[in-house]
Ligand binder design. Structure first.
Ligand code: ADP
Length: 521
């Protein structure tokens, strides 16, 4: 093959630049290889090496029958901190790539016969950093045509994709694990497209709703499977959660009747909406859980509490009546001091028992929709003062009342008093170290607001969203403070039924501030 020698110093131009590998190629003793010194190299080789050195994309070249090797700085990191670099430069491919030579050689040979290859995310195990590493590549071997029209070498343009492949594998594994968890928890999964109002659900959801196992289902068909009394509530919740400005959280329980089998189930749907930068909902997905058994158990618990509290009511009422007679007798009859002390203690404890029983009876009434309200117009400020005078007599806490003197509302005096007594009672109970309670009365827009602030143990903000739930107690198992976790639930129901609002702000260790509002009359 007649090869044209590039006159000095022109060949230097081809080998200029190229960072570390440029420097190594320029200073390498090529006379010891079958290629000879660069001034004797064919222009095709010089041009290819020059392209490699100037490229920021990883490239590797096998040249001639001995597959003498070149590579650039972009390729260099793939050889690891220790291993083939820099010994691979100027060496024959067979010597450098013993561990995978059987896979590499055929590809070089194909290029030497003028063919190209392309492989994507292919595993090419290689020795680097003292061990055989699992390395993935996307690469192409292509022939380098020389001056006589034949192929003089194989140029490998490549990109190491190990990180991507491993990341994809991790995603696959995570998806499989998630699938196992969904199966184990017997959860339904769904995803609603906010633009088209069509949704994709897993087989379990489709079965529960009695819908076909098609890839996409119209939201309207799913809504049809919801019992009529829950439909509007669910539709509104979906619309509200997707509205700009919503926190995107969806959590709702409702009953479905399978459109196929008619089977009835109570389900709890939980989901999250993702919004784009313009506040537009782009994705809405979540899970569905069958809570039929839990609801049934809850119902039986409520029934038991209802029966038990009604059964307790008669003996406690007659006990109370007897004790009241005893308390009167103690004042008029000559009895020992011990007798007086124990009668007073019995009276106190019976009072507590009556309050606990009242809470249980109130809950039953709320659930059966029988908590009747008897409304009148009255000055809320007066109620607060009267109520606090009363509470102060039996407590060593100092209650100060500030704010507006006239705030007329149309409400059930006894029930609002019950809410206030609960707030102040809690403020006293949960402030064992501090004796100060501040009550503020104010007008906010068209509402009257009452704030009860204490300086007691406070509440962890994480717990605040559950505080008005039935039976919820922050320290459920702690016996430091007695209670049933019903007072705030009852208060919340009373206030909502007056079209008011109820809330709390608190920090653990820094006291709490409970408030409620009522429309001004
Ligand atoms: P309870 O009978 O347990 O006091 P409530 O419904 O009145 O029931 O209150 C629910 C829970 O809220 C309480 O168990 C307590 O953990 C917390 N809580 C209520 N008021 C206060 C307060 N002022 N300070 C700290 N925690 C409070």
């Amino acid at each position: 093959m007649p090869e044209k020698t590039i006159p000095q110093p022109l060949y230097h131009k081809y080998l200029e630049g190229g960072g570390e590998m440029g420097e190594r190629i320029r200073t390498f003793d090529w006379s010891a290889t079958t290629l000879g010194t660069p001034d004797t190299w064919p222009q095709s080789l010089l041009l290819t090496v020059s392209t490699m050195l100037r490229s920021r994309f990883p490239m590797f070249l096998f040249w001639g029958r001995h597959h003498i090797q070149f590579y650039n700085d972009a390729y260099r990191p793939s050889l690891g901190a220790s291993g083939k670099h820099p010994s691979a430069l100027g060496r024959s491919g067979k010597e450098s790539w013993q561990e995978i030579w059987s896979a590499v050689e055929p590809q070089i040979e194909r290029s030497l016969h003028g063919e190209s290859t392309y492989s994507e995310n292919e595993l090419v195990p290689m020795f680097r950093d003292g061990k055989i590493d699992e390395v993935y590549w996307t690469y192409s071997y292509s022939p380098v045509i020389t001056e006589d029209g034949t192929s003089g070498g194989a140029l490998v343009i490549c990109h190491e994709t190990t990180t991507n492949v491993k990341a994809l594998k991790t995603i696959d594994e995570t998806a499989t694990q998630l699938q196992f968890a969904i199966e184990a928890a017997e959860l339904g999964t769904w995803e609603l497209d906010p633009k088209t109002n069509r949704f994709v659900a897993n087989k379990r959801v489709a079965d529960w709703f009695g819908l076909p196992h098609t890839p996409e289902i119209a939201l309207s068909s799913a809504i049809e499977a919801i019992v009529p009394e829950d439909r509007e509530r669910v539709s509104n919740a979906i619309v509200d959660t997707m509205k700009a400005g919503s926190d995107g959280n969806y959590d709702i329980s409702y009953t479905v009747n399978s459109l196929q089998s008619g089977e009835r189930r109570v389900v709890r749907a939980k989901g999250k909406v993702i919004f784009d930068q313009g506040g537009e909902a782009t994705r809405f997905s979540g899970t569905l859980q069958d809570i039929t058994d839990d609801v049934e158990i809850e119902k039986r618990k409520d029934e038991f509490i209802s029966v038990a509290s009604h059964e307790l009511k008669t003996p406690i009422t007659s006990l109370n009546a007897s004790l009241q007679i005893l308390q009167k007798l103690v004042k008029t009859e000559p009895v020992s001091d011990k007798f007086k002390t124990f009668t007073a203690k019995a009276g106190n404890n019976l009072n507590k028992l009556v309050h606990l029983l009242d809470d249980l009876l109130n809950v039953t009434k709320i659930q059966q929709g029988q908590l009747a309200l008897s409304k009148n117009r009255f000055n809320l400020s007066e109620l607060v003062r009267d109520s606090c005078d009363h509470i102060s007599q039996g407590s060593d806490h100092e209650i100060s009342i500030n704010g507006t003197d006239e705030l007329f509302v149309y409400a059930d005096y006894r029930r609002i008093d019950q809410v206030l007594v609960n707030f102040v009672g809690n403020a006293i109970k949960y402030s064992p170290q501090s004796k100060k309670i501040d009550i503020t009365l104010e007008q906010v827009g068209s509402d009257a607001r009452v704030i009860v602030k204490d300086y007691g143990i406070g509440i962890n903000p994480e717990k605040l969203p559950h505080l008005f739930d039935r039976y919820y107690r922050v320290d459920a198992l702690g016996h430091q403070f007695s209670g049933l976790g019903l007072g705030l639930y009852i208060s919340s129901d009373i206030i909502k039924r007056h079209d008011g609002n109820i809330g709390v702000e608190s920090q653990w260790g820094e006291g709490s501030q409970f408030w409620f509002t009522l429309p001004i009359d």
